[in-house]
Write a protein that binds this ligand. Structure first.
Ligand SMILES: [Zn+2]
Length: 373
């Protein structure tokens, strides 16, 4: 090899090294975050799938084995049952890309710190980084003066109103997501679209033709589809997707529909994940937190309910997917995680400190940011 060609080889190698290194090293921050909540989805179903006692309590005098729900979702172990209910979440997302805390049978506790155990206080705790027990005491359509992590990220990252977006099943999210109206894209409950995008327009029209039994909660289908259309049209860096049917069907004592809503949520997670993976702005540059506003009762008598008097409703679950985190599967035997840590954790994924805005907010969840070993 003469000097010229060896120099060429060396240059080529140097070049290769430079381009390969960033790909092989685990990144420490991401560019985008996605927050997803499944309203009132119990730890029992998330970690154990179909609850046979609850199913029995909701059917008439027929053998439980003959029901479609049983045939579709039953299996002999909790691990097999949850995988039948949420095959993508358990078979792919938590197995290959992320991890989940909250399975109390493994010594993993995730709890809310507000004492109310219903929706607005839970979402406020998630988004503002702390409980506001003295002030947020109802699910009324009211705005409070506490900035949310969505407000914070918009300001810190200098994003426009389409680059931060919240799509929600429940109309009260129009008030929950921000301490001021109009700062970023919000579409929640039965709400017309202001976006000229034709897909979003068509979905917004159709939602009014296909009503749910509830005046202020639309079908998750529309919330999800609008969020996907917004992703495609505007490429937001901060997205919040708040699904709700898991809670509403449970209140209506429709265990079958509540399970079906979880199964649909699993389909939505799959579609969202595949979309993120297919787009360079998001692939390996996006962190997801998937969680819930509150739990529900533990027993066949109170699985439909939640509130300050409902034992069990204080326990939630929380899943994390990020290219910066190598944890997979279920967390075991760790310090309890609190709901008020979500806001600072989301910000920390982006390299930002939410506590610079709200010093009393919960801390980022430490295990997600431990130095690689
Ligand atoms: Zn709720």
């Amino acid at each position: 090899m003469d000097l010229a060609s060896s120099r060429l080889t060396w240059n080529l190698l140097a070049c290769l090294c430079l381009s390969v290194a960033p790909l092989t090293a685990q990144p420490t921050t991401v560019d985008n975050v996605v927050l997803i909540t499944l309203d009132g989805a119990r730890t029992q179903e998330i970690f154990g799938g179909l609850d046979i006692g609850v199913l029995r309590s909701t059917i008439d005098d027929v053998a439980v084995e003959t029901t479609e729900v049983y045939q579709r979702y039953w299996a002999s172990t909790p691990e097999a049952r949850r995988k039948r209910l949420m095959p993508f979440f358990w078979g792919t997302l938590m197995a290959d890309h992320g991890s989940i805390a909250g399975n109390r049978t493994h010594g993993s506790i995730v709890a809310i710190t507000n004492t109310q155990r219903f929706s607005y206080p839970g979402y406020a705790e998630i988004l503002t980084g702390k409980a506001h027990d003295d002030i947020i005491t109802s699910n009324d359509n009211r705005r409070y003066p506490f900035p949310t992590v969505l407000d914070f990220l918009k300001n810190e990252l200098g994003l426009d109103r389409n680059q931060v977006a919240a799509f929600a099943a429940w109309e009260t999210f129009r008030w929950i997501v921000s301490n001021e109206a109009g700062g970023f894209t919000v579409n929640a409950g039965y709400q017309a679209a202001t976006d000229p995008d034709p897909v979003i327009r068509a979905l917004a029209d159709q939602q009014f033709e296909t009503l749910t039994p509830w005046d202020n909660v639309r079908h998750d289908f529309y919330t999800f589809r609008m969020a996907m259309a917004h992703l495609a049209a505007h490429k937001p860096r901060v997205l919040y997707l708040a699904l709700g049917e898991t809670d509403d069907w449970a209140h209506d004592e429709r265990y079958d529909r509540s399970l079906q809503a979880l199964a649909h949520s699993d389909d939505y997670l799959r579609e969202l994940w595949e979309w993120l993976r297919a787009h360079e702005q998001y692939r390996d540059r996006t962190a997801l937190i998937i969680t819930v506003d509150h739990g529900r009762g533990n027993t066949v008598a109170d699985w439909t309910d939640h509130g300050s008097e409902t034992e069990g409703a204080q326990y939630i679950w929380m899943a994390f997917v990020s290219p910066t985190v190598s944890l997979r599967g279920e967390w075991r035997d760790h310090d309890p995680i609190q709901q008020d840590q979500v806001a600072a954790t989301l910000a920390r994924f982006l390299g930002l400190d939410f506590r610079s805005l709200t010093p009393t907010a919960g801390l980022p969840i430490k295990a997600l940011f431990a130095p690689a070993r």
